[in-house]
Structure formats: structure tokens, C-alpha cells
Ligand binder design. Structure first.
Ligand SMILES: NC(=O)c1ccc[n+]([C@@H]2O[C@H](COP(=O)([O-])OP(=O)(O)OC[C@H]3O[C@@H](n4cnc5c(N)ncnc54)[C@H](O)[C@@H]3O)[C@@H](O)[C@H]2O)c1
Length: 317
């Protein structure tokens, strides 16, 4: 491969994708297209800046000319740019449809025009909606429950239309919640780490019993690599983990690691307008290609805490 374009490459997951592809494709040009919203940080890709095989285009995926500039001559598009925080989507939901749906549409239109040979679209397990029991297979109905997941499901529908009408060569992936360094501290793990580091009390939505699976971001980028090499065009793959925690369990684990009393440091706040009790996917399809998650959240957590604590001033009010 000569050129790989990664949208959202200066954000959390995108920047780990960049690391994985720079390492595995040392002779390819890696181009990041990123609008540099509040969730991005130039330091996430700092180590690659100046490398002749790396290019950062600061621009909006909703702009067709920018998409064309980035994608000209690309062998692979990995589309990870998005508005990604559910809580924000209850407030300003239109920006979610703009970036996640219209932006995806612009990228697909550009790929159609330029005949991009392979596209990997990063979607989410949240498109299946709440899965209280069992797990969702790739063929399950999409039943999103909030403006964020609705915009991600809508993006998938736009892509499906392009796949059917224009044979657009897309691999769709739907992944669990992820953990790792460089995640903007609006999501539960970095948010709670910084709160405890500031000696603030943790605030849990509702009764704190909502469950989430947590997949290591490096397991995810490894899965992407497997799909780049062995994934079947036109197919959808769930990417999951067995590591499942209630929010209250996560809060207790972090209190323990900060040596703070659960009773003193855990409080409850009003729930979101709608808060899915649980998401769960079946990922047998990708295990058949030789991938499985390997990284333990409990083992990684001290390292993640250290990373945030050392950089706490970045997010100080
Ligand atoms: N975080 C998770 O746990 C998780 C789980 C499953 C799937 N996903 C999906 O993975 C992808 C990446 O998520 P993340 O957590 O890294 O998000 P993030 O919010 O950390 O980063 C998103 C990136 O996209 C960029 N961006 C936003 N709008 C843009 C636009 N209009 N044009 C160009 N760039 C734009 C931002 O600047 C940022 O760098 C998203 O598609 C998300 O839906 C995330």
C-alpha cells in the first residue's frame, strides 16, 4: 500500500490507529484528515510530525474538496472521525448528524469518484441499542437509542446505499467501548481518574448499575490490521471483549487504585435522558480470522492512571 488516509487521526482511537499503521506500513504515506475539534490533540500525533511519510490535513470531512485532496491516490481509507460523546449529543445533536452522517456521506461520495479500493468504516456497538441479555450478532437489527448512536446508524445506512448502488468496497466494524491513553476526559475512565486526582467526588449517572464492555484500544487497532489483511469486502465485523463492568464497579476500582474510600468519593447524579443498561456484541466472526482481545483492563489501569496524572495540567480548569 502506498497511501492510507485516517480520518479523526488526531483523536483518541484515530491516533492509536495512526501508530499501528505507521509501524506496519513503514513505506506507505499515512495521511490524517482531522478538523482538530476539542477532542483532538496535536500531541497525539506529535511523534509522527516531520516524518516524510506522514501528513496532517486540518480540515472538515463535510467539505468535499478537502476529502478529495486527502483521498487522491489513496489505497485505503480508515474512517474514524466523528462526534463521539453521547452526553453531548443530548444537547447539540445537529453537529452529530452533520459530522457523522453528512461527513460520512462526503467521504463515500469522494471514494466513489476516486474509486478508492478499500474503505474501513469505524462504527460502534451502540448502533444495536440496548442489549440487556445475550449479545448482538452482525445481522441484528439496528435500534439506536440516542442522537449519537442514531447518527452512527444513519451513517451506516448511507454507506450501505453506496455499497449497493456503486459497489463501494467497504468493511464495516462495530466495536465495544474502548479504553487507553489519549482519550478526552469526558468519557468515564479518564474523567474519573482526573476527578480523583483533583480530590473530587465521582458522579455516577442514575444508580450506577449500567454495564459497559471495555476493549483495549491497542486490541482494537490490532483487529483493524487483521481486517485490513483478511477482512472480506462488503462484510460487517463486531469487535468485542469479555471485560464487562458496571459503572459503579469501575468507580470502585479507581477509588481503590487512588486509595480513596468508596463511601466518601462516590456520589450519584440524575441519569441521562436515556441511558442504555448494557451493550454486548458477539465477535465470533473476527475470531475466525485469528483475532482475539488480549489486553487486560485491570493490568493496564495503573499505566493509564500514570499517563493522565502526569499530564493533568492539560485539562486543569
Ligand atoms: N471511544 C469509544 O469507546 C468508541 C467505541 C466504538 C466506536 N467508536 C468510534 O470510533 C471513532 C473514534 O472515536 P474516538 O473515541 O476516538 O473519538 P474522539 O472524539 O476522541 O475523536 C474524534 C476525532 O474526529 C475528529 N473530527 C470530529 N469531527 C470532524 C470533522 N467534521 N472532520 C474531521 N475530523 C473530525 C476530531 O477532531 C477528533 O480528532 C468514532 O467514529 C466513534 O464513533 C468509539
Amino acid at each position: 500500500m502506498k497511501k492510507i488516509v485516517i480520518t479523526g487521526g488526531a483523536g483518541f482511537i484515530g491516533s492509536h490507529i495512526v501508530d499501528e499503521y505507521v509501524e506496519n506500513y513503514p513505506n506507505a504515506k499515512i495521511v490524517v484528515l482531522d478538523k482538530m475539534t476539542y477532542a483532538a490533540d496535536i500531541r497525539n500525533v506529535q511523534r509522527h510530525i516531520g516524518n516524510k511519510n506522514f501528513d496532517l490535513i486540518v480540515g472538515d470531512i463535510c467539505d468535499l474538496a478537502t476529502c478529495e485532496q486527502a483521498l487522491e491516490g489513496a489505497d485505503l481509507l480508515i474512517h474514524a472521525a466523528a462526534e463521539s460523546h453521547v452526553d453531548n449529543s443530548f444537547g447539540n445533536s445537529l453537529v452529530f448528524s452533520q459530522t457523522n452522517v453528512v461527513g460520512t456521506h462526503c467521504l463515500m461520495e469522494t471514494c466513489r469518484k476516486l474509486k478508492t479500493p478499500k474503505i474501513i468504516h469505524v462504527s460502534t456497538d451502540e448502533v444495536y441499542g440496548e442489549v440487556l441479555e445475550g449479545e448482538a450478532h452482525e445481522e441484528a437489527l439496528l435500534k439506536p437509542t440516542n442522537p449519537y448512536s442514531a447518527s452512527k446508524a444513519a451513517a451506516e445506512m448511507v454507506i450501505r446505499g453506496f455499497m449497493q448502488s456503486f459497489n463501494l468496497p467497504v468493511i464495516m466494524i462495530r466495536a465495544n467501548n474502548m479504553f487507553g491513553t489519549r482519550q478526552y476526559p469526558e468519557k468515564i475512565i479518564p474523567k474519573f481518574i482526573l476527578m480523583l486526582n483533583n480530590d473530587e467526588k465521582l458522579t455516577l449517572h442514575g444508580n450506577g448499575e449500567n454495564k459497559r464492555h471495555f476493549l483495549a484500544v491497542r486490541d482494537f487497532t490490532n483487529a483493524l490490521m487483521v481486517l485490513t489483511n483478511k477482512g472480506e469486502i462488503g462484510e460487517c465485523y463486531n469487535i468485542g471483549t469479555t471485560q464487562e463492568y458496571q459503572n459503579i464497579e469501575m468507580a470502585k476500582m479507581l477509588c481503590g487504585l487512588f486509595d480513596k474510600s468508596e463511601d466518601d468519593y462516590i456520589t450519584y447524579v440524575e441519569d441521562r435522558p436515556f441511558n442504555d443498561g448494557r451493550y454486548a456484541v458477539n465477535w465470533d466472526k473476527i475470531t475466525a480470522l485469528g483475532w482475539k482481545p488480549k489486553i487486560s483492563l485491570e493490568e493496564q489501569m495503573p499505566e493509564i492512571i500514570k499517563w493522565y496524572v502526569e499530564r493533568a495540567e492539560r485539562w486543569a480548569a
